[in-house]
Design a protein around this ligand. Structure first.
Ligand SMILES: Cc1cc2nc3c(=O)[nH]c(=O)nc-3n(C[C@H](O)[C@H](O)[C@H](O)COP(=O)(O)OP(=O)(O)OC[C@H]3O[C@@H](n4cnc5c(N)ncnc54)[C@H](O)[C@@H]3O)c2cc1C
Length: 394
């Protein structure tokens, strides 16, 4: 039997990351008694390492299209009720210097710690309590939720699961949130690493590994989805923003296509120079990084004067340059992923409150939910938005 005299809070939030802290602030603003349980020795460890230490805390162009989910409509409500401007207003309140790096991505000028300090200050201001190094070992529910933890027993009316995803296991990631869902028969959509470098098959490693460090402007596509940004060759495969973006969509054993020369129709360009004596390698150096040109000519295209290639061959080479096919071996996994794609099935939750339809009083917010943002500040915006939404009701 559980003891009934453990402290009762109106709201307990498990996980002091971006979503959990935002929810804590909002619920506490409404006068709710709020306790955040965090098993790490500090809050917001992912915030600290995010954006290369400068936290890309939102994106001013946030739209529902910037998110993957089995239910593409789910995120709309929360995103509309807490916008990037709303978060920027908090940033301005604390006079945190920031800048737009590119494509609407807002970064701290100084350090991600600014964001963590802001969230801690807001929690303090509204008297949301945070308990560190507190691991939850068991959850039961009768009238209240009853939590057994390494720091004693707690009870609450509303329980908010904000335990994040599975990426970067060294930051103290746990699957507690998924286990809670299973315990209460809440459906979880299959999870996989997202925003993650892709790896080459062995034959491609042998061909392309010398290009490690080469980056170029590309369009990377998977089926009908495409992103135009840099691709970076690594010693294991491909990375860079365009590849990270497409990785969230990529399905095993299927190809991705990379347009190495997005501005030009290379088949037309090559064919229009077919009468010339310049070698293919020298010709392509005007369009591609020279190391890439060398590997492609050495391994695939040969290196002859253009007039020695047939028009059909030049057409084929051009098409390949505008749509090189790679079938990745896999990804670099959760160890290198920025996010977890998949998670709590959104059909289980109210899009207005983030509350479980099956278990009244139980809420899921942030990355654990099957809503995954593109690269560029969208994941934090979802954490703030879903945390804000739950904070109005929990
Ligand atoms: C390297 C890296 C860089 C990133 N950069 C950006 C960026 O610049 N912009 C962007 O938008 N997104 C970025 N992301 C993604 C972003 O960090 C996450 O989407 C976001 O932190 C999710 O917020 P969350 O609150 O749901 O989860 P988290 O921030 O992961 O917080 C979950 C919290 O729950 C705690 N917890 C877990 N299990 C338990 C348990 N059993 N008991 C108690 N506490 C528990 C964790 O310790 C953690 O504090 C980055 C991710 C990584 C890995």
């Amino acid at each position: 039997m559980k003891s009934n005299n453990s402290p009762i809070k109106e709201v307990i939030i498990i996980g002091a990351g971006a979503a959990g802290l935002m929810c804590a602030i909002e619920a506490a603003k409404r006068g709710r008694s709020v306790l955040v349980l965090e098993h790490n020795s500090a809050v917001g460890k992912k915030i600290r390492i995010s954006g290369g230490g400068r936290c890309n805390f939102t994106n001013i162009h946030t739209k529902p299209d910037n998110y993957l989910s089995l239910n593409e409509h789910f995120a709309k409500s929360a995103l509309a009720r807490f916008t990037p401007e709303d978060f920027v207003a908090i940033i301005n309140k604390y006079k945190i210097p920031y800048h737009e790096k590119k494509l609407g991505q807002l970064f701290c000028d100084e350090s991600s710690q600014n964001i963590i300090d802001l969230l801690k200050k807001e929690c303090g201001l509204y008297k949301a309590q945070i308990l560190l190094e507190c691991r939850v070992t068991e959850i039961t529910k009768n009238k209240f939720f009853h939590l057994t933890t390494t720091q004693g027993e707690f009870q609450c009316e509303s329980l908010v699961i904000a335990t994040g995803g599975l990426s970067i296991p060294t930051l103290g990631v746990t699957d507690l949130g998924y286990k809670v869902a299973e315990q209460f028969d809440i459906k979880i959509n299959p999870c996989r690493p997202g925003l993650v470098p892709l790896t080459f098959k062995e034959k491609d490693v042998q061909i392309f590994k010398e290009l490690s460090g080469v980056a170029l402007d590309t369009i990377v596509s998977f089926g009908k989805i495409s992103f135009r940004e840099n691709t970076l060759f690594t010693h294991k495969g491909l990375s860079g923003p365009a590849v990270l973006q497409i990785s969230s969509y990529w399905e095993p054993r299927k190809p991705i296509h990379i347009n190495f020369v997005p501005e030009k129709d290379m088949a037309s360009v090559l064919k229009s120079h077919q009468a010339e004596k310049i070698t293919l390698r020298n010709f392509l150096k005007d369009y591609l990084p020279s190391r890439l040109t060398e590997i492609l000519c050495l391994r695939f295209f040969e290196n002859k004067p253009l007039h020695d290639y047939s028009l059909e061959r030049l057409e084929k080479i051009g098409k390949e340059l505008n749509g090189w096919e790679f079938i990745p071996q896999g990804t670099e996994g959760y160890a290198k992923a920025e996010v977890t794609v998949g998670g709590i099935d959104t059909n289980e939750l109210s899009s207005k409150t983030m509350e479980s339809k099956r278990v009244p009083g139980l809420y899921f917010i942030g990355e654990i939910v099957d809503v995954t943002g593109h690269l560029g500040g969208f994941n934090f915006q979802w954490a703030w938005g879903s945390g804000f939404a739950a904070g109005q009701y929990a």
